[in-house]
Design a protein around this ligand. Structure first.
Ligand code: SF4
Length: 211
């Protein structure tokens, strides 16, 4: 276990160096509590905050902690009204801070994300002033081919099951590259360079978090 943590740390340090050449800023956190504290320290009071759907953000508890702060939160996921949820997703794209995880991060520092409604990848690409990505060491992969393989096996399938989607993978556990209404793989986005320096902050946590 100790060796795994040490190996994770070495890999995260490499990714942080490679994020820098891609105009993104990387951070190391030992565990989810440290990650939560770091996110909180990055966000000023009076800010507007939104987020994409993320098991990782739920797990580190940062959403509850932000709710105690003097900030404005636009949460698309606290309403069952689909039209209201879509409107909040639209408004979230003008936030000061947009929080999300990543489905895969290559050792060379590329972020790879798959999205259904696609507000999450939209916020990553453009709109919010700052993007804070929190990802566990389980999201690290060697290269882009491994990122897509990880997404199809370890990310999209469990997320389809979690979201109770009517997709082939939610029934069989296997992706068949569906073109169905419930598909959560509408956009697969690789972020290889940030056009705005240090807009994208990537917090890498030495634990397994999310899918
Ligand atoms: S079956 Fe469809 S929703 Fe499921 S992982 Fe494949 S493309 Fe995505």
């Amino acid at each position: 276990m100790k060796s795994k943590k040490t190996a994770n740390k070495l890999q995260i340090d490499t990714v942080i160096k490679n994020l820098e050449k891609r105009n993104m800023k990387g951070y190391y956190c030992e565990d989810k509590e440290a990650a939560c504290q770091l996110v909180l320290s990055m966000i000023e009071d009076k800010s507007t905050i939104s987020w994409g759907g993320s098991v990782t953000l739920n797990t580190i508890g940062v959403k509850d902690r932000l709710a105690e702060r003097d900030v404005k939160i636009i949460d698309p996921y606290t309403t069952t009204d689909r039209a209201e949820s879509i409107e909040r997703r639209r408004q979230g794209l003008l936030s000061d801070y947009f929080l999300m995880s990543a489905n895969a991060i290559t050792m060379d520092g590329e972020l790879v994300n798959v999205d259904g409604t696609s507000n999450r990848v939209a916020g990553l690409c453009f709109g919010p002033k700052n993007v804070i990505v929190v990802a566990g060491a389980n999201k690290l992969v060697k290269g882009l081919d491994d990122a897509l393989a990880r997404i199809k096996v370890n990310a999209a399938v469990p997320n389809s099951v979690r979201l109770k989607r009517n997709t082939p993978c939610a029934i069989t556990g296997v992706c068949n590259d569906c073109l169905t209404k419930g598909c959560i793989c509408c956009n697969i986005v690789t972020t290889r360079y940030s056009g705005i320096q240090d807009r994208i902050h990537v917090i890498l946590v030495n634990e397994d978090l999310g899918y």
